[in-house]
Design a protein around this ligand. Sequence first.
Ligand SMILES: [Zn+2]
Ligand SMILES: [Zn+2]
Length: 63
Amino acid sequence: MALATEKRLVMPLCSSCNKIIPPGSEATKFPCPNCGDIIIRRCKRCRVFARPYRCPKCGFTGP
Ligand SMILES: [Zn+2]
Ligand SMILES: [Zn+2]
């Protein structure tokens, strides 16, 4: 029982397209430049196409 560590794999979602970022993919993540509270994640595809992202907390949008 004691060894049963509960690790919940929360799949990260791309902040631009809202799709699941698979583990090991070339996604990027960085704190929101405005509020710093939200980790913005962008999948490889959104990086390549330079899609805008939006912070769900403060509404900051950026390239
Ligand atoms: Zn994306
Ligand atoms: Zn923010």
